[in-house]
Design a protein around this ligand. Structure first.
Ligand code: EPU
Length: 436
């Protein structure tokens, strides 16, 4: 084992207990919200994941102060006096993260101006930020895009009507973080309503924001002139929870995921049960295991309350062990099956299709030449091999496949997994993975 690669001997059940901390896709947004006030903010249950480091480093470049109690996972963030940061320095710390675009609204509220470096993120599709830019323009921001990034300017953002043509998580967060301190009312329709977004709404409400969420994906934000500090416990990571659940079922083990919350995972739990996984909701977490037989299933990924796209790749590995033909239709990203070739080389029998298969409807990618549906024939024995991790979620899925495979697998570029899963190798060891 080196820092960036691991050799795993498969075929042993993974059993024991691991603990979730704050969600990788929630913590950074909580931190960005702290920029909306000069008062101290307290964020608790903070996991050590890369996006938290990136956002913290960016906040410091703007003049904020962050104190960390690493053992408890507590952060105290004080953004008393902010000033513009140099583009070069921002670029150096922002790396490949997609979070920096969310700095736009809070910085406009505090400084009237913002620069956001060009964005990265996992290569799972084109991942444009046009919705973000259009939303900010609708609120009155001037936006200039250069090769280096985006320059935003606005003396004061003004509430407006914004209609998202797809319920984008990031764009919804953008509107929330920008409209809370805009002048007047913002009406957002077509909003994403993921639990991470509801958690951001709760945090902003603690700060003094006025936000109402309707049942029809519309959110109304009444701007206020001042926001206050918050004390907030970050929500646990429901994507990590689902990944360990699949690892338990694939290896035939039993994993108690401490802090996993049933209400955030209803759709996953339904599908897990239909496939033949078993779970029991207990005090403080959920216990996952495999039932006797795994059954094939058809499902499509979707925005909340649908089956999350981030649950897709660990679930595909699980379906390679199910009896019969399963279908997965990916409707959120056009290119999220890039990892299938490697699974096939390990012995899986998965075929990709450009058509919309298995769902009730055609999606945005249907007639557009994207391999976005998968047919998975199971059960197929998997065998170990050398693998390079392409992106975060596919990376965890390769590890699950390696754990369920016969023989040894060497997994390279492990740092991509470490970026989004806290203490990943320690957790594997705790669960009894055979690390060579
Ligand atoms: N989209 C646009 N234009 C935009 C924004 C999005 O066309 O301006 C498209 C995207 O290309 C994609 C779809 O809308 O096809 C959904 O994107 P969304 O904005 O919802 O995704 P995101 O906010 O960039 C977050 C998570 C992703 C997760 C998605 C969907 C973070 C940091 N990332 O991304 O997580 O898959 O929501 O739930 O919160 C991951 O954790 O591995 C990951 C990729």
């Amino acid at each position: 084992m080196t820092e960036d690669s691991i050799e795993l001997k498969g075929g042993e059940p993974l059993s024991g207990e691991i603990e979730l901390r704050g969600a990788k896709n929630s913590l950074p947004k909580n931190l960005v919200a702290s920029l909306l006030t000069a008062e101290p903010c307290f964020l608790r249950n903070v996991a050590e994941v890369e996006d938290v480091e990136i956002v913290s480093a960016m906040i410091r470049l703007f003049g904020g102060e962050i104190k960390k109690d690493a053992r408890k996972g507590d952060l105290k963030i004080t953004n008393k006096k902010l000033s513009l940061a140099r583009a070069g320095k921002l670029q150096a710390v922002a790396g490949k993260s997609r979070i920096p675009i969310l700095f736009a609204g809070p910085l406009l509220a505090r400084l009237g101006e913002a620069f956001v470096p060009a964005l990265g993120g996992c290569q799972i599709g084109k991942r444009p930020v046009d919705f973000h830019v259009e939303a900010l323009r609708s609120l009155g921001a001037e936006v200039v895009e250069t090769e280096a990034g985006f320059h935003f300017k606005a003396k004061k953002l003004v509430g407006g009507k914004i209609d998202l043509i797809f319920p984008s998580v990031g764009a919804t967060e953008q509107v929330l973080l920008s409209a809370v301190m805009a002048e007047g009312v913002t009406e957002l329709s077509g909003a994403a309503v993921e639990p991470e977004i509801m958690d951001l709404v709760v945090l902003l409400q603690k700060m003094g924001a006025i936000i109402s969420v309707d049942t029809d994906r519309s959110i109304t934000i009444t701007g206020v002139s001042e926001l206050h500090g918050f004390d907030h416990v970050a929500m646990p990571d429901r994507i990590e929870a689902a990944s360990w659940a699949c690892a338990a079922a694939v290896t035939g083990g039993e994993i108690f995921v401490r802090n996993a919350r049933q209400p955030d995972m209803i759709t996953f739990l339904n599908k897990f049960r239909q496939v033949g996984g078993e779970f029991s909701v207990r005090d403080g977490g959920i216990l996952f295991r495999r039932g006797n037989v795994l059954h094939a299933i058809a499902l499509e990924t979707d925005v909340h309350p649908g089956f999350m796209t981030d649950w897709q790749s660990p679930f595909v590995v699980l379906l390679t062990q199910a009896d019969g033909a399963s279908i997965i239709h990916e409707t959120v990203y056009e290119n999220r099956f890039g990892y299938i070739d490697t699974l096939n080389q390990m012995g899986a029998k998965i075929q990709l299709f450009r058509e919309c298969l298995g769902g009730n409807r055609t999606c945005r990618f249907g007639q557009r030449n994207y391999l976005h549906s998968a047919a998975i024939m199971g059960p197929t024995p998997l065998s170990g091999r050398e693998i390079s991790v392409p992106d975060l979620r596919a990376g965890f899925s390769y590890v699950i496949a390696a754990l369920g495979a016969s023989g040894v697998s060497k997994i390279n570029n492990l740092k991509t997994i470490h970026r989004g899963y806290e203490k990943f190798t320690e957790k594997l060891k705790l669960l009894g993975a055979q690390i060579i």
